[in-house]
Design a protein around this ligand. Structure first.
Ligand code: NAI
Length: 463
C-alpha cells in the first residue's frame, strides 16, 4: 500500500509538528513520521519542558527553605519528595505530548510511527519498531529530525552516572557532588536544579567565561549571581575524560588533578541528527559540521526536499525551528515565507533568567558599529523589590546615529518574558526612544526595560 501526501514531515519536534499544522492550515495533505511513541521531540520529551518543570519545582523548594522567612512565612520541616517532583515533571510532559497528538488529529494530519528514510526522490518509507515497512510518496519532504547530545573524546557515557541532559532529568537521588562539563544553557539550568535540591555542583568550562553565546557583561553578572547560589565555576579548564567508577565517577582535566564525584552531566553542545535518513538516496551531502545545507527558503540540494531546525545552521532553539517550519511551508504554498534571524531571542532559565536578542556588545565592537548603551538595574525597580528579586539589569544597545535598537540583554526575574517586548520592538524597527516613550504599567518589571531605553539617552528617571 502506498500513501501519498503533498508534504511528509520527518520528525515531530517543535519544528516539524508546527510546520505540519501550518501546512494543513494552508490546505496540504500532510503526513508526519516520528520514531518515538510520544510526539514533541527533544524539547517536549527530554529537553525544554521537563527541565522547566524541574526548574520551577526546585526553585519553589529552595525558596521555601531560604526566602520564605524574609516574607514572614515560617515553614518548618520542609522536606524533599524527589519521587513526587519527578512524577510531576513526567505528568507535565505527558499532558503536552497528548496535546500534540490531539492537534495533529484536529488538523487531519496522518501520523506514522517509526523511522523515516528516503528510498529515492519523492519516496520515503517508515520502518516501525516491529520491522513493518510502510511506503509513502510525497510531493515535498521536510526534514526536521533535530539534534542529539554531543560528547567529547575520552568521555564514557554510561547512561547513568556519566550522563547527558536526558539522564540528568531523571536521576533518582540527589547526587552528593555533581560535576557539570560545559557552562552553556543546559549545564547552568540542570546544574541549578540539582544545586537547589542540595547537591554540591562544580561547573567546568573550557572558555574563560560562561554562556559563550550571550553578551559578555550579562554573562559575567550571571556567573556572580549563580556563584552566590552555590555553583562553583572552574573556567579555562579542558576536560579530557570522564567515566563511572565503582562508587561514583571521575573527571579528568588537562594539567590538573582529576575530580572524583558522584555524577557527571555532559553538556558540551548538541549535534544534528541525520543518521539513517538515507540522504545519499536523494543526493544530499552534509557540511563539515554534519548539518544539511539549505538556501534562504530551506531548500536542500534535492528537489522537493527541505530542512529546518537543529539539522541546519543557526542556534539550536525550539522557537527558531518553529519559525523556520512555518516560513518553509508558507513559501512552498504561497511563494512567501521569511525568518528574521536578527530577532530570535534566547533565554536561559536559571534564577534569575538570562535573555537576549540581537547583537551583543562584543559583536557591535567587532563589527565597528557605533552604538549607545543604556542599562538599568532591577534593584531600583519597585516591583522587583516587592518580589525580593533585585539581581540583574536590562541593557539596551542602540545605533549611535539612528537610535535603532540593535540588541537587548537582560539578567533578571522573568527575563524570558520581558525579552518579548524587545523582540517585538526590533521586529518593528523601533528606536530606543520609541521604547522610552511607550507607557509601561506601574509597578511592573517591564518598567526596567523602559528605564534602560531612557538610559540610552542618559535620562533614566529612577536612578
Ligand atoms: P552549549 O554549546 O550552549 O555550551 C557548551 C559549553 O561546553 C560551551 O561553553 C563550551 O565551551 C563547553 N565545552 C566544550 N568542550 C569542553 C571541554 N572539553 N571542557 C569543558 N568545557 C567544554 O551547549 P549546551 O548547554 O549543551 O546546549 C546545547 C544546545 O541546546 C545549545 O544550542 C543550546 O542553545 C540549546 N539549549 C537551549 C536552551 C535554552 O534555550 N534555554 C536550554 C538547553 C539547551
Amino acid at each position: 500500500m502506498t500513501n501519498s501526501h503533498d508534504l511528509v514531515v520527518i520528525g515531530a519536534g517543535p519544528g516539524g509538528y508546527v510546520a505540519a499544522i501550518r501546512a494543513a492550515q494552508l490546505g496540504l495533505n500532510v503526513g508526519v513520521i516520528e520514531k518515538e511513541s510520544r510526539l514533541g521531540g527533544t524539547c517536549l520529551r527530554i529537553g525544554c519542558i521537563p527541565s522547566k518543570a524541574l526548574l520551577e519545582s526546585s526553585e519553589l523548594f529552595h525558596e521555601t527553605k531560604h526566602s520564605f522567612a524574609g516574607h514572614g512565612i515560617v515553614a518548618k520541616e520542609v522536606a524533599l519528595d524527589l519521587k513526587a517532583m519527578l512524577a510531576r515533571k513526567d505528568g507535565v510532559v505527558d499532558q503536552l505530548t497528548k496535546g500534540i497528538a490531539g492537534l495533529l488529529k484536529k488538523n487531519k494530519i496522518t501520523r506514522y510511527e517509526g523511522l523515516g528514510r528516503f528510498t529515492g526522490p519523492g519516496a520515503v518509507e517508515v520502518v516501525a519498531a516491529d520491522g513493518k515497512v510502510t511506503a509513502l510518496t510525497a510531493k515535498n519532504v521536510l526534514i526536521a529530525t533535530g539534534s542529539t547530545s554531543a560528547t567529547l573524546k575520552g568521555i564514557e557515557l554510561d547512561g547513568d552516572k556519566v550522563g547527558t541532559s536526558t539522564e540528568a532529568l531523571s536521576w533518582p537521588a540527589v547526587p552528593g557532588h555533581l560535576v557539570v562539563i560545559g557552562a552553556g544553557a543546559i549545564g547552568l539550568e540542570l546544574g541549578s536544579v540539582w544545586c537547589r535540591l542540595g547537591a554540591k555542583v562544580t561547573v567546568l568550562e573550557y572558555l574563560d567565561r560562561i554562556l559563550p553565546a550571550n553578551d559578555a557583561e550579562i554573562a559575567k553578572d550571571a556567573q556572580k549571581v549563580l556563584a552566590k547560589q552555590g555553583l562553583t565555576f572552574k573556567l579555562g579548564v579542558k576536560v579530557t575524560g570522564a567515566r563511572a567508577t565503582k562508587d561514583g565517577a571521575v573527571v579528568e582535566i588537562e594539567g590538573q588533578q582529576p575530580i572524583t564525584c558522584d555524577r557527571v552531566l555532559v553538556s558540551v553542545g548538541r549535534k544534528p541528527h541525520t543518521e539513517g535518513l538515507g540522504l545519499d538516496k536523494v543526493g544530499i551531502t552534509l557540511d563539515p559540521k554534519g548539518r544539511i545545507p539549505v538556501d534562504a527558503h530551506f531548500r536542500t540540494a534535492a528537489a522537493g526536499v527541505f530542512a529546518i531546525g537543529d539539522v541546519i545552521p543557526g542556534p539550536m532553539l525550539a522557537h527558531k525551528a518553529e519559525e523556520e517550519g512555518v516560513a518553509c511551508v508558507e513559501h512552498i504554498v504561497t511563494g512567501y515565507g521569511h525568518v528574521n534571524y536578527d530577532a530570535i531571542p534566547n533565554v536561559v532559565y536559571t534564577h534569575p533568567e538570562v535573555a537576549g536578542v540581537g547583537k551583543t556588545e562584543e559583536e557591535l565592537v567587532a563589527a565597528g558599529i557605533p552604538y549607545r548603551k543604556g542599562a538599568f538595574p532591577f534593584l531600583a525597580n519597585g516591583r522587583a523589590k516587592a518580589l525580593g528579586q533585585t539581581d540583574g539589569k536590562v541593557k539596551i544597545l542602540a545605533h549611535k546615529e539612528t537610535d535603532r535598537i540593535l540588541g537587548v540583554h537582560i539578567l533578571g526575574p522573568r527575563a524570558g518574558d520581558l525579552i518579548a517586548e524587545a523582540v517585538a520592538a526590533m521586529e518593528f524597527g523601533a528606536s530606543a526612544e520609541d521604547l522610552a516613550r511607550t507607557c509601561h504599567a506601574h509597578p511592573t518589571l517591564a518598567e526596567v526595560v523602559k528605564e534602560a531605553a531612557l538610559a540610552v539617552d542618559g535620562r533614566a528617571l529612577h536612578i
